[in-house]
Design a protein around this ligand. Structure first.
Ligand SMILES: [Zn+2]
Ligand SMILES: [Zn+2]
Length: 121
């Protein structure tokens, strides 16, 4: 395969053919703007997870739900360390509602997060 096969612009519906993978001149700027927006929403979430309110909710939730629910479903008892949002905050999930929380161990939380990222591609 040639190293620089022509590829279409990655902007949905553009169709401009480029020598290298990426965006055409028209859409290169737009892609950078989207990237900046994604970064900002990450920062907002990070601020939330560090807030005193969330720490208190998380601590209270894990006191009541000390065992990972996914591992429990497989018949294993593993200490939960993560109060995970069943519906992610970025999808509009309730932040402090216990019905939107589930207790997970680190391994289960990582595999859930990986699955969410994969579905987004
Ligand atoms: Zn384009
Ligand atoms: Zn687990």
């Amino acid at each position: 395969m040639p190293r620089s096969a022509p590829t279409p612009c990655r902007h949905p519906g553009c169709g401009m053919v480029l020598a290298k993978p990426g965006y055409c001149d028209k859409h290169r700027g737009a892609a950078y703007r989207d990237y900046g927006r994604t970064r900002r929403s990450f920062d907002i979430e990070r601020g939330f997870y560090q807030s005193a309110t969330w720490r208190a909710v998380r601590a209270a939730f894990l006191r009541q739900h000390p065992v990972c629910v996914r591992c429990a479903g497989r018949g294993r008892v593993v200490a939960a360390v993560v109060a995970d949002h069943v519906q992610p905050l970025k999808d509009g999930g309730a932040r402090f509602d216990w019905t939107n929380l589930q207790a997970l161990c680190v391994a289960c939380h990582n595999s859930k997060t990986a699955g969410e990222t994969a579905r987004r591609r």
